[in-house]
Design a protein around this ligand. Structure first.
Ligand code: FES
Ligand code: FES
Length: 161
């Protein structure tokens, strides 16, 4: 099957088995290995990509379903070598340790902050509830996301408007 997609801002035609998981097409065929496989069952969020602007678990999406769609992976968040504000904050605040969850968190948080730029720390925890992390205890992640949303704010949005 030939898919027509817009991937990280580029229009592509892809010849793929429509039953293959989007995660496998991204990683194995397109060498976009930022999206990680954690559980492979839609439980951990490590494989999250944006499909027409909405976060989805790419381990659950058959490639045949994305024909005509716009896909954004973690590789498309920044500008070339320049990290996005969310990615940069995750690094600066130590919100990434082993890094397995980080791409999914960065993608999901980007969508969340586009939709709710004034989201509180508590709300961000809710919006990121589908992204599991075994390393950070989440506080550093939330601190990073608050800083990305409100650069002048302290950890967890202290001092934010
Ligand atoms: S690998 Fe897709 S949700 Fe865990
Ligand atoms: S940084 Fe290791 S799972 Fe989140």
């Amino acid at each position: 099957m030939t898919l027509r997609v817009r991937l990280n801002g580029r229009d592509l035609l892809l010849d793929v088995d429509p039953q293959r998981r989007l995660l496998d097409v991204l990683r194995d065929e397109l060498r976009l290995t930022g999206s990680k496989e954690g559980c492979g069952e839609g439980e951990c969020g490590a494989c999250t990509v944006l499909l027409d602007g909405e976060p989805v678990c790419s381990c659950l999406v058959p490639a045949g379903q994305v024909d005509g769609s716009e896909i954004m992976t973690v590789e498309g968040l920044g500008d070339g070598e320049l990290l996005s504000a969310v990615q940069d904050a995750l690094v600066r605040f130590g919100g990434t340790q082993c890094g397995i969850c980080t791409p999914g968190i960065a993608v999901c948080a980007t969508a969340a902050l586009r939709r709710e730029p004034d989201a509180s720390a508590e709300r961000l925890r809710e919006l990121l509830a589908g992204n599991l992390c075994r390393c950070t205890g989440y506080q550093l992640v939330i601190d990073a996301l608050c800083a990305a949303a409100r650069p002048a704010a302290g950890p967890s949005g202290e001092g934010a408007p």
